[in-house]
Every structure is written in structure tokens, then in C-alpha cells.
Design a protein around this ligand. Structure first.
Ligand code: FES
Length: 185
């Protein structure tokens, strides 16, 4: 089930998606182009978006969902601030890419294709990312982590959490400085 903040964000996009659908005729052949346009605009295709598409094309929601899930190009959850991509191409798979994936899933409490409720992390499986000599590989944001081991998962997540806390502390300090300045004027 989606987090309440994600649900309200989906609701906010309702009008925009309805507007966007007006640019497409009701032909079924428009299904993929419509989903691609929605994903391009919103980074993912929400449950509400699929429902609106179904209404527009006069087909069932389950048909839209079936087509959308058939193609790997669509995501159904908003991407996290930090995107974790686990390579499950052959070279990575044979040296335990799936174990790395499981460790990230367990550590973050989500499954691949999902986003944490605080929107900090999302996990995706990807096909070969082109550096098989470094298998198993995880791409975290822009950084490539080669020869990944389950024991490194905790450290990667912790690094982001420490950074987030540091930024929050800095922001708080800035706010209180500004407040103090304001009071002294
Ligand atoms: S299979 Fe993972 S980098 Fe090639």
C-alpha cells in the first residue's frame, strides 16, 4: 500500500494527467505512448494514473496494469532521493547479485521496485551495466560499487543517513542563527 504522502501527491497530479490524456485519441495503440509520457513527466506511473488511462481508453485497469508490467521500462513507485540499482545480469547473478539485492531489501524494509516511505531510497534490479569484471555490481546514485559484498550494504546506507543528519543539523543551526539575527534587529 502507498504511503499517505504518496497518495496525496498522486491526487494532486490527477488534473494534470487528465489534461495530458486530452492530447491522445482513445485508440488502444496509444496505451504505451501515454504511459511513457506520464512516466517522463512524473518519473513513475501511479495506480491513479493507470485508472485514468483505463477510463480514457475505455479499457479495464487490469489491462493497463498488465501491459505496463509486461514492459520493464515502467516504474510504479516514485523514485527515492537515492536510487539503488542492483545488477542482475548473468555475470553478477552467478556471483550472488541476488544476495546483494536481498540485503538491500532487508536493510531498507522494501522490495525491489519500491521506495521507502520517507522517499529516501528506492531499489531496482537492472540488466548488465557493462562492468562485468567488477561483479557483483551495485550502482548507488551515480557511484558504481564493484565486488559488492553483503557486509558493505549497511555501510552504504549508513553513509547516506549520517549525511542527511548532518545537513539537518546545519539547517537547524542556520534557522536559529537567522531567528537570533531577526530578534536582535
Ligand atoms: S552482468 Fe553485472 S555488470 Fe555485467
Amino acid at each position: 500500500m502507498s504511503h499517505p504522502s504518496i497518495v496525496s501527491e498522486e491526487e494532486e497530479s490527477r488534473e494534470e494527467i487528465i489534461g495530458l490524456l486530452q492530447g491522445f485519441s482513445k485508440g488502444r495503440e496509444n496505451l504505451i505512448p501515454i504511459l511513457q509520457t506520464i512516466q517522463k513527466r512524473h518519473s513513475y506511473v501511479s495506480g491513479l494514473a493507470m485508472k485514468l488511462v483505463a477510463e480514457h481508453l475505455e479499457i479495464s485497469s487490469s489491462e493497463v496494469y498488465g501491459v505496463a508490467t509486461f514492459y520493464n521500462q515502467f516504474r510504479f513507485h516514485p523514485p527515492g532521493r537515492h536510487q539503488i540499482r542492483i545488477c542482475l545480469g548473468t555475470a553478477c547473478h552467478v556471483v550472488g547479485g541476488d544476495i546483494i539485492l536481498e540485503n538491500f531489501e532487508r536493510k531498507l524494509g522494501i522490495r525491489e521496485g519500491q521506495t521507502t516511505p520517507d522517499r529516501e531510497f528506492s531499489i531496482e534490479r537492472v540488466a548488465c551495466v557493462g562492468c562485468c569484471a567488477l561483479a557483483p555490481v551495485a550502482i548507488v546514485d551515480e557511484a558504481t560499487h564493484g565486488h559488492m559484498a553483503p557486509s558493505r550494504v549497511e555501510g552504504i546506507i549508513l553513509g547516506f543517513q549520517i549525511e542527511k543528519e548532518r545537513l539537518e543539523r546545519e539547517k537547524q543551526a542556520e534557522n536559529s542563527e537567522e531567528k537570533e539575527l531577526g530578534e536582535n534587529l
